[in-house]
Design a protein around this ligand. Sequence first.
Ligand SMILES: [Fe+2]
Length: 232
Amino acid sequence: MSYVIAPRDERTQPVRVIPGYPQTPWRNPKQPLVKRAPTLSELTGPSNVSRRVQLLGGDVAGHGETQAIGQLLHLRVRVVDEDGAPVGGTVVEMWQANAAGRYIHPNDDDHAPVDEHFYGAARLVTDDTGSFLLRTVKPGAYPVPTKDGWWRPPHVHFSIFGRVWLSRLVTQMYFPGEPLNAQDRILNAVPDAAARERLVAKLVPPTGDPYNALVYEHQIVVRGRQATPAQP
Ligand SMILES: [Fe+2]
């Protein structure tokens, strides 16, 4: 079955080169784009990604004696397409810093401490309603290692495959009320304020689970006019 892909909306997507983020010039074309029709395989594949990759559970916060340090969160995320229909059975990857703002990654040599009970990344599949649940801790803010030193607000990275290759979305989720949101260069690289708002999760009442986690809900739209903005 083919799938119609709407063109990128520059107003609701971030500028391609973000000042102060050295990787963005490398990740974007320096020459004008050449227009071409999408290929059939781009519009119909991939299929069965969830069977081809190793899934890692959506629990990165540890348990009991080995619980990660930080504020325990349940993130309830729903993935929909540009028509609002749930995108079930799609592979979602997430990664985030620990509560101190440190990633599990060899490139992160920040002074913030490593937490051996925090797993840092997950790979899971949405259910029939396009939803998945992530149990994690609130990520810490961290300084960007550039000469002028600015800080990223707490955020969670997501990669969503969507229905086909062309609907793959790499983005970030932010937390409401964070003072660093207003000055974050990556969040604010999205020109449209309403589109930026679509990157911020909503705090909802806790469910009273045994750990009494804070609960946030978030919706990710993989393409179209209401698309969740991409984030590097
Ligand atoms: Fe990050």
